[in-house]
Design a protein around this ligand. Structure first.
Ligand code: ATP
Ligand code: ZN
Length: 535
């Protein structure tokens, strides 16, 4: 079935659709819909990128994918399925991250319009910047449950994705997570941190051990726990969780004892914490309540996901997921880590079981694996209809862009409920102008004075690091990052010779200079650099 747009669109648009190269970033819920719409409306030259492979959980709404595609590249399968609608279309698929250096400014410049169908802020920021640098219109879109949004981002005409600060993701005080959880989400966050401590990238901000600096503990930080039976390790010098795990060969029983018995005893010894709270109950491996057989029955996956496991089941799942993750970790190259992914069975089992064991200890209601997955992944359930509406709007906006009618590209919001005018798909009254103070898209941002050779100072107020960052700009024609840090080295003020890049080259060896919209020349920057080095 080939798309025929003759007679549907006016000639100019028809021609533009036929001849324009477009780029779809993301082949998930919205991306699949966009690709189908593009192919069905006569686009001939489409490129699509997605870094991920197809998961079973995608199949209910990402209709270009079927059971036999699970595990295959999203971008490539989306291409094949879309070609079945119209085999004459030229679709190029990339199984890769759009943030890879292979897709630089020159890559983006080849497109008449770019359409974002992503699910994370970092990638959205990146594509926003690439499209601004390449001066290509970007249609940004997203859904959250019943709500959605489509907006045009065009350099110097509209707000960019980063013009306004976005609400930070919800975080929880460290001492609540480590010492005094009171809600299931606190246990889930703790478990995700624990995953990273044991198997992922070691981030000191994600410590899971009892926090002896908790202001609520007010000075009695676990002294009792250092004595006698209260801490059967006699663990005066506390080692990190990772060190402990490595020493114990990731033995689930030993890990359990430390995490759910010894550390809890230690917490109990901080008497002040429990004056007005129900104290936690340490658990003993092998003596957990409510053993239920058959919890590892793989054929019962849906039921298993939605029922609440007994503590004994949690312990079994904790043990097996621990062992599986440990062997996954051992297969990695030295220095590599596992990355938590809600769709990875062992990673999800680990977090769900740990969260529930901890919840039980603290008298917090336990949750099903299904609920924990949704909370741990910050998931608002994706709704196929919202994705379809938003993808339809994206392609309608693309038509306006191709006609050159950018003034008709106001943002559109899909609302959960009709507004006071009984409208559910609500357009903004007009285009929203760029924020003149935006450090990403404002043409004035070169006033910050960051040019080739600038040395930025960063300090870490806790650990007294002093870091000098040498900024080197790449030449305009180069299809790569616009900024690059080629060397950074601690240096004390007054020792300028330490500020040479690590590789021994100076920026003069490199093609000099470009800040986005900056006006510096190589002469100007070398003198700036010199001046900086002399201060
Ligand atoms: N840096 C990136 N480069 C390329 N594709 C990306 C990048 N970041 C995210 N994506 C892709 O964007 C798509 C977003 O689609 P969607 O929001 O439907 O997510 P999903 O992972 O398919 O579904 P869910 O998160 O609901 O399980 C995903 O397929 C994801 O792999
Ligand atoms: Zn901006």
């Amino acid at each position: 079935m080939a798309a025929s747009i003759a007679g549907v669109f006016e000639n100019d648009l028809q021609q533009a659709i036929n001849s324009s190269k477009v780029f779809v970033v993301g082949a998930g819920g919205i991306g699949c819909e966009i690709l189908k719409n593009l192919v069905m409306s006569g686009f001939n030259d489409i490129e699509i990128i997605d870094l991920d492979t197809i998961d079973v959980s995608n199949l209910n709404r990402q209709f270009l994918f079927h059971k036999q595609h699970v595990g295959k590249s999203k971008a490539e399968v989306a291409r094949e399925s879309a070609l079945s609608f119209n085999p004459t279309v030229n679709i190029k698929a990339y199984h890769d991250s759009t943030m890879s250096a292979d897709y630089g400014v020159n890559f983006f410049k080849r497109f008449a319009v770019v359409m974002n169908a992503l699910d994370n802020r970092m990638a959205r920021n990146h594509v926003n910047r690439m499209c601004l640098a390449a001066d290509v219109p970007l249609i940004e879109s997203g859904t959250a449950g019943y709500e959605g949004q489509v907006e045009l981002i065009k350099k110097q005409l509209t707000q960019c994705y980063e013009c306004l600060p976005k609400a930070p993701q919800k975080t929880y005080p460290g001492c609540t997570i480590r010492n005094t959880p009171s809600e299931p989400i606190h246990c889930i966050v703790w478990s995700k941190h624990l995953f990273n401590q044991l198997f992922g990238e070691n981030d000191p901000d994600m410590d899971v051990s009892p926090d002896t600096a908790d202001p609520d503990a007010a000075g009695d930080a676990g002294m009792a726990a250092l004595k006698g039976e209260a801490n059967d390790q006699g663990n005066v010098t506390r080692v990190t969780t990772r060190e402990w795990a490595v020493k114990s060969n990731y033995d689930p029983e030993k890990l359990f004892r430390k995490l759910f018995h010894d550390d809890i005893k230690y917490l109990l010894s901080m008497g002040n914490l429990w004056k007005n709270r129900t104290p936690p109950k340490p658990l003993v491996f092998g003596e957990v309540p409510d053993a239920v057989a058959g919890c590892s029955n793989e054929t019962d996956a849906v039921l298993k996901d939605q029922k609440i496991w007994s503590v004994a089941e949690c312990v079994e799942i904790f043990s097996s997921s621990c062992r599986n993750l440990y062997s996954q970790q051992q297969r990695l190259d030295l220095g590599d880590n596992l990355v938590w992914d809600k769709d990875d069975k062992d990673a999800m089992d680990f977090v769900a079981s740990c969260a529930n064991i901890r919840a039980y200890i603290f008298g917090i209601p336990q949750k099903s694996r299904f609920d924990i997955k949704s909370m741990a992944g910050n998931i608002i359930p994706a709704i196929a209809t919202s994705n379809a509406i938003v993808a339809g709007l994206v392609v309608l906006k693309a038509f306006y862009v191709l006609r050159g009618q950018l003034e008709n590209c106001q943002s559109v919001y899909l609302r959960n409920k009709p507004n006071h005018k009984n409208v559910q798909i609500v357009p903004e009254a007009c285009l929203v102008e760029p924020n003149s103070k935006c450090y990403v898209c404002s043409p004035k941002h070169e006033q910050m004075g960051v040019v080739n050779g600038s040395i930025l100072k960063a300090d870490d107020f806790l650990q007294n690091y002093e870091l000098n960052i040498v900024i080197v700009q790449r030449c305009l024609t180069r299809d790569g990052p616009l900024f690059e840090i080629i060397g950074s080295e601690t240096a004390k003020p007054g020792s300028p010779e330490k500020l040479q890049p690590e590789n021994g080259q100076t920026d003069d060896d490199d093609d000099v200079v470009h800040v986005i919209d900056g006006e510096s020349t190589s002469n100007a920057t070398s003198s700036i650099r010199k001046r900086k080095l002399e201060t």
